[in-house]
Design a protein around this ligand. Sequence first.
Ligand code: EPZ
Length: 418
Amino acid sequence: MEHYLIHGGNRLCGNVVVQGAKNSALPILAATLLCRSTVELHNCPRLSDVKVSCDILRSLGCKVTQEDDIVTVDPHDTVNCQIPEAMMRAMRSSIIFLGALLARAGSCTICLPGGCDLGARPIDLHLSALRQMGMRVRETHGRLCCDLPDRLHGAKIVLQFPSVGATENVLLAAVCADGETELVGAAQEPEIVDLASFLSACGGKIYGAGENTIRIVGVPRLQGALYTIIPDRIAAATYLCAGAMTGGDIQLRCVVPQNLSAVLPLLEEAGCTLKVKRNSILLRAPRRLKSFGTVRTMPYPGFPTDAQAIFMALASLCNGTTIFVENIFENRFRHVSELCRMGANMKVVGRAAVVQGVPCLSGTHVEAMDLRGGAALMLAGLAAQGDTVLTEISHILRGYEAPDQVIRSLGGDIRLIM
Ligand code: EPZ
């Protein structure tokens, strides 16, 4: 089974060009179903989740090619409306195809995307919103058969929680629907703004993306476009933490600092020196890291739940006590037990995790349980004394483009062992 062999202790120093955002690429790939001519996506990260999305598009009849970071989608022959079950299950976020498929094909049969390591991952907010726009759903044998007795129509939709996926499904269903949609309580993540920018580039009329209320005026159809995806803010945070944890000196290029507005102050509180420019961030680590208080994960612009695990790895080496409260997912502390096996001093109490910093971590055999927890263990191995064997790395490759290559380019000792 392929795994990483990490020899810890090297300072990470150098430049990183941040990959394109996974959580933009996935909904934007789904959105290409709505376009009547070719779409060319630049800065599309080479990830397994992106590959699954491209395979889903092919299974629906699209012609898809990927060359380096450019994905080209020719959707004009989209015919099928059933996503193969194996593909639905391969990636939780495949639910994001529901809105686009309904809008394009008028019906869609999907299997429940299933939970994942983070918790139940319900889709009630998605289904309730799309029902208000005219979708009919029948559940048979674990599959959802969705169709439209009439066309999709605009509605005033209020989300009980600013769900990223539900917001994206509403945008994709509303952009070519009859009439106007007002979405109140929308998610405000940068990836929502990126999706709205892509749809606008294709001819969509979307106003207020990134704010609490988004207004969408339906248009008859979308054309293709050439579009560049934003940098991945979580990958950026990950490599900054890698530098901080190894006493290093990291320069991020092609990054959007304002998308890290909840993350950068914590790195400074931990003692790092940051130099922030328009699209670069320079981080210099202190000799000894300091604890950084209480971190509560919240919807954007609050502290991102996707950065919780990597900041817990950082906190494990910070002098003092740091507390994490995970408010978004009910099961997102699976990395704690593995970090403790490396010598971290952490305890989970309900939705909170209390971290007492230790002077150093020790390398050992650990297993990635999910994408961001796996990344946290990779960072811990780079900072630890001795060797770490990190298994189940397929989780990490869902969201990070060749992380071992990036880390080796910074002087880290990490090797992929087949
Ligand atoms: C997106 O997941 C991201 N994934 C996640 O990133 C991220 O953690 C999450 O947003 C929160 O920011 C992608 O964009 C592909 P949600 P999503 O709907 O859309 C509950 C990563 O590591 N909820 O905002 O699934 C849900 O259970 C991944 O890159 C309902 O109750 O997240 C959760 O507690 C992990 N009913 C909360 O809302 C629903 O119908 C947030 O979920 C939908 C969601």
